[in-house]
Design a protein around this ligand. Structure first.
Ligand code: TYD
Length: 218
């Protein structure tokens, strides 16, 4: 039975998810909360191996359905091996990407259809949806220019897609916002990291006031 809180962070390339996650994790630790940060695809050895198959720049012939199935397989293993045990221990789990990535990238941008991609993911996650999803909204122009300036980030197969693909990804996320207005919150990630962090913190504190209420106030 789930006792912790499950938050996912979503967005297109260069939205600033990693920076945000690091800051959120530090904030939780400072407040004495037990937090697990992780990412998809990957996060555990089996899923990291699937990740390297999916993102390998040499795999240009990968079929869109194969890609969707591999993401779902990596998701399943990561969920049962890492996320569920942490939630059962009452931890705050922050995951960089989850099922919405598959719906936006494979379902909408690749054109497989969100319903079809949802079906295989439903099988993979068995109803375990995030309590909150933060969607970091940036234009592909901003996102891709941030990536090209970040020397340490390795370019992967999906980064090599055309601009129109990244625009479709964003469109997909906007459709998801309409579909799940309770769960997904849009954050303007065109703003600087400081503003983004404060906006996200506000959302989290409002949603999970009870979680923070146990803080000892001196
Ligand atoms: P990554 O290097 O982690 O990129 P980012 O920092 O943008 O998260 O690569 C993950 C890539 O995989 C990214 O381009 C998004 C894509 N992806 C999907 O297409 N579907 C999915 O279900 C997931 C989890 C990721």
């Amino acid at each position: 039975m789930k006792q912790g809180i499950f938050i996912t962070i979503e967005g297109g390339e260069g939205a600033g998810k990693s920076t945000l996650i690091e800051r959120l994790s530090n904030m939780m630790l400072e407040r004495g909360k037990s937090v697990l940060t992780t990412r998809e695809p990957g996060g555990i050895p089996i899923a990291e191996q699937i990740r390297s198959v999916i993102l390998d720049k040499a795999h240009v012939t990968m079929d869109a359905r194969t890609e969707a199935l591999l993401y779902a397989a990596a998701r399943r293993q990561h969920l049962v091996e890492k996320v569920v045990p942490a939630l059962q221990q009452g931890q705050f789990v922050i995951c960089d990407r989850f099922v919405d990535s598959s719906l936006a990238y494979q379902g909408h941008a690749r054109g497989l259809g969100m319903d079809a991609v949802w079906e295989i993911n439903r099988f993979a996650i068995q109803e375990l949806m995030p309590d909150l999803t933060i969607y970091m909204d940036v234009t592909p122009e901003t996102g891709l220019s941030r990536i090209s300036q970040a020397a340490e980030r390795e370019v992967n197969r999906l980064d090599l897609e055309q601009m129109s693909f990244h625009e479709k990804v964003r469109e997909g996320y906007h459709l998801l916002l309409e579909k799940f207005p309770e769960r997904i919150v849009l954050i303007n990630a065109e703003l600087g990291p400081e503003q983004v962090y404060h906006d996200v913190l506000n959302v989290i504190e409002q949603r999970f006031a009870g979680f923070f209420a146990t803080d000892v106030k001196l």
